[in-house]
Design a protein around this ligand. Structure first.
Ligand SMILES: *Cc1c(COP(=O)(O)O)cnc(C)c1O
Length: 375
């Protein structure tokens, strides 16, 4: 059964049901814990169809395949890949490029992405230039004959700046259709933003965050448009082997089924909290992109920071985001600690900036908790 024509809620609820992988009519996808698969006879190996048959779980595993097909449908792409972490997903995308290539990226990114870009420029001679995500003339000036990709995170982490994917993809592709527009869609998810439909070439997720949504697994996803990129990524994925294991593939697929429901509630809770924070005398500024569960805000009095954390009971002081349990982080000391301090200050990632991942607790309880912690 093809789920393509259905709405997102339907295709996720039905993902894995009617799977051609399963001979017993299971409604929930089974977990195939087999590293290898038996061949029938010698001639099977000669005419092996990797899209339909299985040989070894690094290449393909039936549980992972159902997840990967669901990811592709979800982001409206040609092919999806499920990886062992978000960083593994980013690494797979960069396996498309080579020494001497130039990549333009927005300047407010997940800290680990920055660290990886630094590593690539230091050890693999990839050249990175940064762009503010807003000024189109500046972007055009940065494009050279060696530019192979534009890397966008929107809304950005942690300062929630938005970049217009449709406008930027059209602009970049008009200059050179071979430049890959790549979007890290971890914050908004396909519920609020579908980069491939807007003109991007590749989407990346830390599936550790909203896609899995329960703070219980590490995972990554890459979804691409076009068979040429899909073929290169398939080859590199199988060659490097950063695959998601069958159990976590199953867990992620199971979690995806409630993604639309969860995202709606994350947004509802976050919007209520934003209203409260905007009226709080202890907060000098609130950054919220309009949808989703991520909120950043500045404490007016930095000396109250330790007290704020001490007074939290249900909101955990912990890295990560996008789960059922609310988490708060201090980006300058945690996720963005590896970014040079000058750049941090310039972007507004100061010591009094807090980032809240609004969970699915009752918003009244979350507001009471924040009210008490900000006293
Ligand atoms: C967490 C995160 C990553 C890295 O993903 P991991 O699953 O932690 O490896 C990449 N991009 C963004 C936006 C993230 O929040």
């Amino acid at each position: 059964m093809t789920l393509e024509k259905y709405e997102i809620e339907t295709l996720l609820a039905q993902a894995g049901n009617h799977s051609p992988e399963d001979p017993y009519g299971t409604v929930a996808t089974p977990i195939y814990l087999s590293s290898t698969f038996r061949h029938g006879k010698l001639s099977d190996v000669d005419h092996f169809d990797y899209e339909k048959q299985y040989a070894y779980s690094r290449m393909a595993n039936p549980t992972r395949k159902v997840l990967e097909q669901t990811l592709a449908l979800l982001e409206e792409g040609t092919k999806g890949f499920a990886l062992s972490s978000g960083m593994a997903a980013i690494e797979l995308v960069f396996s498309l490029f080579k020494s001497g290539d130039e990549v333009i990226s927005t300047n407010d990114l997940y800290g680990g992405t920055f660290r990886y870009f630094d590593h690539l420029s230091e050890h693999y001679n990839l050249n990175f230039t940064q762009w503010d995500g807003k000024n189109n003339n500046e972007l055009v000036k940065k494009i050279t004959a060696k530019t192979v990709a534009l890397w966008i995170e929107t809304p950005s982490n942690p300062t929630m700046k938005k970049t217009d994917i449709a406008e930027i993809s059209a602009l970049v592709h008009e200059i050179n259709p071979d430049i890959k527009v790549i979007v890290d869609n971890t914050f908004y998810t396909p519920i609020y933003q579908k980069p491939l439909a807007l003109g991007a070439d590749i989407v990346v997720h830390s599936a550790t965050k909203y896609l899995s949504g329960h703070n219980d697994l590490l995972g990554g996803a890459v979804i691409c448009k076009g068979t040429k990129i899909a073929e290169s990524l398939t080859f590199n994925f199988n060659t490097t082997g950063t695959v998601l294991d069958p159990f976590d593939s199953w867990l992620l697929l199971r979690s995806l089924k409630t993604l639309p429901l969860r995202m709606r509630q994350h947004t509802e809770n976050a919007q209520a909290i934003v209203k409260f924070l905007q009226n709080s005398s202890a907060v000098s500024k609130v950054l919220y992109p309009g949808e989703g569960g991520m909120i950043s805000f500045y404490l007016k009095d930095k000396s109250k920071l330790a007290l704020f954390f001490d007074n939290l009971k249900i909101i955990s002081f912990a890295e990560s985001l996008g789960g059922i349990e609310s988490l708060v982080t201090l980006p300058a000391k945690q996720t963005h600690h590896d970014m040079p301090i000058e750049q941090r200050e310039k972007l507004g990632i100061t010591d009094n900036l807090l980032r809240l991942s609004t969970g699915l607790e009752n918003s009244k309880d979350l507001i009471d908790e924040l009210k008490n912690a900000l006293k």
